[in-house]
Structures are given as C-alpha cells and as structure tokens.
Design a protein around this ligand. Structure first.
Ligand code: CAA
Length: 306
C-alpha cells in the first residue's frame, strides 16, 4: 500500500488517555500505575475475556492491599479503579480506541502476534497517537515497520519501546528504546509520560535484549548452566547470589518469577540476532519449557508454587 508521510500529521505531546493491549501481569501493572500515579484514563484489552476479568480482579486486589496498608483511602482507591476500563471487544475494533493518545502493547513475546497488533493499532488509533511496545527483546525497528494501517498510512515514526519491569508497581525503571524510525517528539513524549508514572528512564539502542536483558539473561542462563553442571544445588546457587551479592532474589528464583518461557525466548533472540554462541540457551531451560514448567505462573519451575 502507498505510505502517507508522517509530516502530514501532528503528533501528541501530552498523554491523557492510555490503552494497554494485553491484561497479563505486565499489562495490568502498567494500567494500574498509569491510573494510580499518572492519573490518566486507561482502556485495557485482551483477546481473552477471562484473562481481562482476571486482570481487572488483580487491580482490585492490589488496591485492596494499598487501602489495608493505609497507603490509599477507600475514595482514592475507587478513583484509581474508576479510571481503568476493560474494552468491550476482544480485538481493537469497535471505535473504542479512537481517542487514545498512547497505546502500550504488553502481550507475550511473539513477533507475529505483535506485528498483527501494530498493524491493527495503526488502523484504529487516531493519527496523533503513540504506539509503544513493552517488548523485552524484539526489535523496535522491526515492529515499527509493521505499523501500517489498512489504508496504507505508515506510522513507523510513532512507534517506541517502553520496557517495564516486573512487578511494575514496585520497579522504578522504564527502558526507552527508539526504533530507527522513531520521531524525536514521540521519544520525548514517551519519556515524559514514563516520568509521570513515577519511573526513572534509561535509553537503550535497538539492539538484541537492549541494556537490561543483554546483561540479565546471560546471568540467569549461567546460573542454569551451573545447576546443570552440578556446581551447586538450586538453593545454594540462589543463596550465594542473594546473600553474597545482595540481590533481592537468586537467579533461579528470578527466572521462575519472570517466566522460563520468556527467559528462553529472550536467549533465543540474543543468540539468533548476534549469531554469538555465548548466548546459547541452557539445555535444561529448553527442557523445562517443553515440560510446561514455566515458573511461578504455571505453579512449577525450578521451585514449586502453590
Ligand atoms: N504488585 C504490586 N506490588 C508488589 C508486588 C506485585 N506483584 N509484589 C510485591 N509487591 C510489593 C509489596 O506489596 C511490598 O510493598 P510494601 O513495601 O508497600 O509493603 C513490596 O513490593 C515488597 O514486597 P515483599 O515484602 O512481599 O517482598 P520482597 O521485599 O521480597 O520484594 C520484590 C519483592 C519487589 C519482587 C523483590 O523480590 C525484587 O525486587 N525482586 C527482583 C525483581 C526483578 O528483578 N524484576 C525484574 C525482572 S526482569 C523484567 O521484568 C523484565 C524483563 O524484560 C525480563
């Protein structure tokens, strides 16, 4: 399709209405902080209606805990909750996204799924909107290339990486990743909004794993290789890092917490895109994922969870 140059549009410089695509642990955390700290209206959608209601229920749980701790009054919690709305449709159709300034995609790390979402966002968001992705390893320049609407409008310059950390309400960082195509206004507005969410921003080039996972995933993978090699028990590996280096969680506990499928897919991206064998995923990591032992979310990973 013919591309319309972006200079024909004016881009948003302030964000009042946010959409979050994906109501998993990251999407819900992002929606919660956007409403609670930045004070904006949030529309959240998921292709699974049951995941969406589970996610919204989790928002209620988080707010209930804040009220119990005395960090929010009942009235404040009600306000935070009232700004978050679940989308009526499972997809992005239906006109619900017509007044969104910033959409943040937070679905699982699958390139085709994310590409389909970016093409759909390019079709259904208003012309000024920012299209952000919470991807932890997929190239933003690749995702931006799929931000073309059904009528041929090219929105690649409106795409930016907006990488949060789990648990989103607690972790203070957003890693900002410009695609090669990102307009500087989009980058500046995204940075400002991350700061409104109470986060500190670092910027990373669009390279495999960005700063965070280029460093974190080989560390986690090395812990799994050490376990495979019998260097120590899982408890001894974790305790060594936790107490010897003051990490809040040992690397195997952290892998379970992140999700072993996510860890594997990030290692695969690092290995594939760099061609460097130092990023080879541990065999045990692949086997655990094949077995469905995905960590905390599936009830079993390196450890068992009730
Ligand atoms: N949502 C909201 N709040 C949460 C939470 C959640 N899911 N989990 C914990 N918290 C809050 C608790 O309510 C508590 O708040 P208060 O201080 O107000 O009481 C606070 O966090 C501390 O929690 P706990 O006392 O229960 O437990 P803890 O002190 O062991 O902290 C932790 C829990 C914050 C998760 C800590 O263990 C930690 O920082 N772990 C490392 C997390 C990490 O590295 N995350 C990044 C993963 S990488 C990633 O996400 C990106 C990627 O690309 C892979």
């Amino acid at each position: 399709p013919r591309s319309v140059p972006h200079s024909a549009r004016s881009l948003t410089t302030s964000v009042d209405r946010v959409a979050v695509i994906g109501a998993g642990q990251m999407g819900i955390g992002i929606a919660y902080v956007a409403s609670k700290t930045a004070g904006v209206d949030v529309l959240i959608s998921d292709r699974s209606a049951s995941q969406l209601s589970k996610g919204l229920h989790f928002v209620d749980t988080l707010l209930g805990k804040e009220v119990k701790k005395g960090k929010l009054s009942n009235g404040e919690a009600d306000q935070v909750r009232s700004r978050i709305r679940g989308a009526r449709e499972n997809g992005l159709e239906g006109g619900e996204f017509a007044d969104v300034d910033l959409a943040i995609e937070a679905v699982s790390e699958s390139l085709p799924v994310k590409q389909a979402i970016f093409s759909s966002l390019a079709t259904h968001l208003p012309p000024h909107a920012i299209l952000a992705s919470n991807t932890s390893s997929i190239s933003l320049s690749t995702l931006a290339a799929s931000a073309v609407s059904q009528s041929g409008e090219n929105r690649a310059s409106q795409v930016v990486g907006f990488h949060f950390f789990n648990p989103v309400p607690v972790m203070k960082l957003v890693e900002l990743i410009p695609a090669l195509q990102t307009d500087p206004t989009v980058l500046a507005t995204a940075r400002e909004f991350a700061e409104r969410m109470g986060k500190t921003v670092t910027q990373s080039a669009d390279t495999p794993g960005f700063i965070s996972n280029r460093l974190l995933m080989p560390f986690i993978n090395e812990a799994i290789l050490a376990l495979e090699a019998g260097v120590g028990s899982k408890e001894d590996i974790d305790t060594t890092l936790k107490l010897g280096m003051n990490h809040p969680m040992g690397p195997l506990t952290l892998a379970d917490f992140i999700g072993l499928d996510t860890c594997l897919s990030i290692m695969e991206v690092l290995q594939r895109e760099t061609g460097d064998c130092k990023y080879r995923p541990a065999v045990l990591l692949g086997r655990m994922v094949s077995a469905g032992y995905l960590g905390k979310k599936s009830g079993r990973g390196f450890y068992n969870y009730d």
